[in-house]
Design a protein around this ligand. Structure first.
Ligand code: AMP
Ligand code: MG
Length: 508
């Protein structure tokens, strides 16, 4: 553990921590009694240059203490972790100051030319905790851990998770649960809400410092643009559009797309009541508390745009520094609006490319979007399983209906499916790839294994009984989401009946 502590530096030049006290508050974590290791991701450990064996055997307790935020021998007494301040719009309403209410960043680890921040989630109260207890419960920490790593293995931009450690410390939610701390990793945890914070507080110098930090570290290509801050908005739009297209492509619902949960790097961040859709409902709402459906599956891309609008608003004081004073305000708004419009030109082609790949179409032809939408419509009408429908599509043949059954059987309305299959085969006739080559390509973009709610729930139920083996097993399956894993067929199946009334609330 000494090597881990030594590798974790806080406040080096160019780091977020070096921005100083206007941006963060340093404070120790609040210790938890007798922490234990629940799960570790060896790939995440690799990305930090840590050996995952540091969580095993004799070292397990030291690891658990360290990543629970408990004072340890290794932790340098003069290096306190920090909580960052941000604000944001929650459910479309300005919420004012929020901030890391239960997250503490230990510092940055540099490995293989990359600098990654290491953050504990659930390590106790901070000045930004408001009414909260600074804790996270076991179930939500396991869900965040598993989904972060699952997303990474799916190839979708995300914050990562190194580990989850637990403690029997009671935590009050709807019932009494126990505490857990997830260790998250990302190049940066800066959110749209960070910018909104300094804008709302009319702290333009700090706003500029933050924007310059983000450009310098993550978007250096913007430095030389006519207007670096407009260029930043454009880059963030592009990444956000790509992320939304990728979420749509795997049937992922975030659940709480507030602006404080939007990463400036276009990463999936803050896993709460998220869900992968089982039976497809285009308007699926995964967050039980989202009564209006603001963050329904079908609305996510539009919400991404709405959130970018908030970011643009926050950046307005920085735009147009080179413009003449006369008429600058109007020009800036015009330019920002024009820039925002480009989101649509990023999102639509990204989604089309995603859907084309999912359908196994190597070339682009007019009508491809109609074909894709036609499938989604009958999937919606039949509540056909999202993951299985796309996965089984690769079994269909260009020549005849011999391979249709595995996908066709997912539809109650077989006639509707057959009608779509005729169009699909007509379209496949224009493709030069043979069935085998197409299937191979499709199986690289249509996952067989996603973190279905019932799978996470099963792992959580066992973890509540102190059996953490299912968390490890599930992580192992989700490491290879695109592979056939004959021994893990059960993890690819439809949700069992008991799972039909599973609800995921905001409480975490
Ligand atoms: P979330 O909806 O989880 O993204 O959280 C929104 C805001 O509430 C963030 O500022 C969180 O840090 C804060 N928060 C959520 N849960 C807690 C908690 N248990 N204790 C303190 N702050 C919390
Ligand atoms: Mg959040």
């Amino acid at each position: 553990m000494q090597a881990v502590a030594d590798a974790t530096q806080s406040g080096r030049p160019g780091s977020f921590a070096a921005l100083g006290p206007a941006f963060l508050t340093r404070l120790p974590a609040t210790p938890v009694p007798d922490p234990y290791v629940i799960a570790v991701s060896r790939e995440a450990a690799d990305s930090l240059g840590f050996d995952a064996r540091i969580a095993q055997d004799d070292e397990a307790r030291a690891f658990a203490d360290y990543f629970a935020g408990n004072p340890t021998r290794e932790w340098p007494a003069d290096a306190l972790p920090y909580a960052a301040v941000y604000s944001g719009h929650q459910f479309g309403v300005w919420a004012g100051q929020l901030g890391d209410g239960r997250a503490l960043t230990l510092g940055e680890v540099e490995h293989g030319g990359e600098r990654l921040e290491v953050q504990l989630k659930g390590a106790g109260r901070t000045p930004y905790s408001r009414m909260g207890d600074g804790r996270a419960v076991l179930r939500s920490s396991i869900r965040e851990f598993l989904c972060s790593e699952a997303m990474h293995h799916l190839g979708i931009p995300t914050t990562r998770a190194l580990a989850v450690v637990g403690s029997d410390l009671p935590v009050r939610r709807e019932t009494i649960e126990t505490a857990a701390i997830a260790t998250r990793i990302a190049p940066s945890f800066v959110r749209f809400g960070h910018f909104e914070h300094f804008y709302a507080n009319e702290r333009v110098d700090d706003l500029k410092t933050l924007a310059d930090h983000v450009i310098e570290r993550f978007y250096p290509q913007c430095r030389d643009a006519d207007d670096p801050y407009l260029a930043l908005l454009d880059e963030v739009s592009r990444r956000t559009a790509d992320l939304m297209a990728q979420w749509q492509g795997v049937g992922f619902c975030h659940g709480v797309m507030n602006t404080d949960n939007m990463s400036i790097l276009g990463l999936t961040i803050d896993y709460g009541p998220f869900g992968f859709i089982d039976g497809f409902n285009a308007h699926h709402i995964c967050n039980h508390s989202d009564t209006q459906g603001r963050y329904a599956y079908s609305r996510q891309p539009q919400v991404g745009y709405w959130n970018l609008f908030c970011l643009a608003q926050a950046l307005v004081p920085l735009f147009g520094a080179n413009l003449p004073e006369e008429g600058r305000a109007e020009r800036v708004v015009e330019e920002a609006q024009k820039m925002l419009e480009r989101y649509k030109t990023y999102f639509a082609p990204a989604l089309e490319a995603t859907m084309r790949a999912k359908l196994g179409l190597d070339t682009a032809r007019d009508g491809d979007d109609t074909l894709a939408n036609g499938l989604l419509e009958i999937m919606h009408a039949n509540r056909a399983d999202f993951t299985l429908t796309f996965r089984n599509l690769s079994k269909m043949s260009k020549a005849d209906a011999a391979g249709d059954a595995p996908v066709r059987d997912l539809f109650l309305d077989r006639a509707a499916f057959d009608a779509w299959a005729v169009q699909y085969r007509e379209r496949l006739a224009h493709e030069s790839r043979d069935d085998a080559a197409r299937a191979q390509a499709m199986n690289r973009v249509n996952p067989k294994y996603v973190l279905r709610n019932h799978l996470a729930e099963q792992a959580i139920r066992q973890a509540n009984e102190k059996d953490f083996s299912e968390v490890a097993r599930l992580l192992d399956v989700l490491r290879r989401p695109y592979d056939e894993q004959p021994e893990n067929e059960a993890y690819a199946g439809l949700p069992p009946d008991w799972a039909s009334d599973l609800e995921v609330s905001c409480s975490s």
